[in-house]
Write a protein that binds this ligand. Structure first.
Ligand code: G4P
Length: 535
């Protein structure tokens, strides 16, 4: 195998998803610690302080103490080169969070053992599931009082519609948490609490070894034997192929804070996942091992340096090798370019890099030429990767400039920020150009918009909250058909027809009920939950 092939083969690119506070940051930190990318716990964590250091370019982020953007971290572990895509878990997450998932080949879903599936887990899961990527479940905080493990697995299956297979099974919880039973090796792994060391100390013992009762107590031993029997009888077979197609989620129990089960989880995860996955470009499938370079842009981060109004475009390398000074072809612009100042995040550090391989995420300086979803490839090739879907915002406001004389700056700013993908903007045939309806996935983006318009465009906003919560794209069978007029549709009072700036027509709704109402009464009207891409 060439060194080029082995570089690609050893790469794994995954996202960690969870509801806020389930332990995503703690788990990420433990991974980095095992990989030697950080020397001690607490370097990445501390959302309230250290994390902001990687992106302290935005005042508002510091003020609110949360990360508005998603970051990417690379580290090495036992010969693997791992790229973790971090998705902001706070309530005010953004469309960027969803888009980041488009760059991942698999996802690790962290669940709080006391809480089970929560709102944000559901949303992020849905986006992963639509691409059928493998989803691994880590049920965290077993060192605290937890819900019954059978109940937790059942909830995952019912709520998320995915089968589960427990790779290990917990022995007790809270203060009584003794370790796990490894179902594949048929061994009990008994842990000793250890918060600070690299990994918890573990003793392996066969379940029928009489010494087990001494170790964990007769009651726990009997309960474990019963539960294993129940599990073996009731759960579905482990099928790696179904895992790789996102149909079966391997479930692990542990505690990120105390290191219980974290390293075995990482090892099993690396064993079960594959090298970077291919991507579709229309009728073509671009394999990661192809020898020519290709990548797509999935995120644009504005204002890394406020003085220059510059941006960083994040791209996922899909195939081949990226070399810093080589020319690449930017398909959407039809131009050959050199990507300047390519950089990668290593733990909390930003580094200028010379090369990257399929699976890697690189950030390049963007003078304003890139858009979300753009394709870059070797000169001579012209394919376009399938578009990244547009995700439906859930919060809407009507906005305009307080000072009507500043209409031009207002529109320029709003359009620019929308192009970066932080917000979506809409117009209605009746609002003219002064007013814009803005939609966001997380409400913090409203604050970001207001802040940026004030500080970069000198525009004060007039804002009015709108009651809508759902957005659906109107799917046109015939691209050339004329736009639908409002009076051609039967709409309830709480629904509204709008248009985006690309001319797509959409409907805003304030309830699920009214979506149903519209679908029942407007036969032939096809509504889509995502814009741009079909899965
Ligand atoms: P997030 O990124 O998913 O939002 O969660 P994060 O890792 O920040 O963890 C949220 C809280 O849960 C933190 O406590 C963290 O220490 C705790 N935690 C994470 N994993 C475990 C675990 O396995 N067991 C227990 N008992 N706690 C866990 P905090 O007090 O909110 O933050 P901090 O003051 O410790 O930073």
């Amino acid at each position: 195998m060439s060194s080029y092939e082995s570089e690609i083969k050893r790469r794994r690119t995954f996202a960690i998803i969870s509801h806020p506070d389930a332990g995503k940051t703690t788990l990420t930190e433990k991974f980095l610690l095992y990989g030697g990318a950080i020397a001690q716990a607490g370097q990445v964590k501390g959302k309230k302080n250290t994390r902001a250091a990687t992106s302290d370019w935005m005042e508002i982020e510091k003020q609110r103490g949360i990360s508005v953007t998603s970051s990417v971290m690379q580290f090495q572990y036992e010969g693997f080169c791992i790229n973790i895509l971090d998705t902001p878990g706070h309530q005010d997450f953004s469309e960027d969070t969803y888009r980041t998932l488009m760059a991942a080949d698999s996802a690790v879903m962290v669940i709080d053992a006391a809480k089970g599936v929560e709102a944000q887990t559901r949303k992020l899961f849905k986006v992963c599931a639509m691409r059928d990527i493998p989803i691994f479940t880590f049920i965290n905080k077993m060192d605290r009082e937890a819900r019954d493990p059978f109940e937790l697995c059942e909830e995952l299956e019912k709520e998320l519609g995915i089968d589960t297979y427990a790779i290990n099974w917990p022995i007790g919880c809270g203060k009584e948490f003794q370790g796990v039973y490894d179902r594949q090796n048929r061994k009990v792994i008994h842990f000793t609490s250890n918060t600070n060391a690299k990994a918890a100390t573990a003793t392996e013992i066969e379940p029928d070894d009489p010494a087990l009762a001494d170790l964990i107590g007769q009651g726990k031993r009997d309960q474990l034997v019963d539960e294993i029997e129940l599990l073996d009888g009731a759960s579905c077979e482990f099928d790696l192929d179904r895992v790789r197609h996102g149909k079966l989620s391997p479930v692990f129990f542990g505690s990120a804070l105390t290191n219980f089960g974290v390293e075995p989880f990482l090892e099993a995860f690396l064993r079960m996942t594959t090298a970077p996955l291919p991507r579709k470009a229309g009728d073509e499938v671009i394999d990661s091992f192809e020898d020519s370079f290709s990548a797509f842009v999935f995120k644009i981060q504005a204002n890394m340096n406020k003085a220059h109004r510059d941006r960083i475009a994040f791209m996922r390398v899909v195939s081949g090798k990226f070399e810093a000074d080589k020319e690449v072809y930017h398909v959407q612009e039809g131009k050959k370019i050199r990507l300047s100042r390519p950089q990668q995040l290593m733990a909390a550090e930003r580094e200028i890099i010379e090369e990257a391989y399929a699976g890697d995420i690189i950030g390049v300086f963007d003078p304003g030429i890139f858009s979300i979803g753009d394709t870059l490839c070797a000169p001579g090739k012209k394919f376009r990767f399938d578009p990244i879907p547009t995700f439906a915002p859930e919060h809407f406001q009507r906005i305009r400039s307080v000072d009507t004389m500043k209409r031009k700056q207002f529109l320029k700013g709003v359009e620019q920020i929308a192009q970066e993908g932080a917000i979506q903007i809409f117009k209605t045939p009746y609002t003219g150009m002064e007013e814009v309806i803005v939609g966001v996935v997380g409400t913090l983006q409203f604050d970001v918009l207001e802040y940026r318009l004030r500080s970069e465009y000198n525009v004060e906003l007039y804002k009015e909250g709108l009651p809508y919560e759902y957005l659906r794209w109107i799917v046109k069978e015939d691209e050339d058909a004329p736009p639908i007029k409002e009076d051609e549709l039967l709409l309830p009072n709480d629904a509204k027809l709008v248009e985006d700036y690309k001319g797509n027509q959409l409907l805003l709704f304030s309830s699920q009920w009214s979506i149903q109402w519209v679908q029942e009464r407007n036969k032939g009207l096809v509504l889509a939950e995502f814009g741009g891409a079909r899965f």
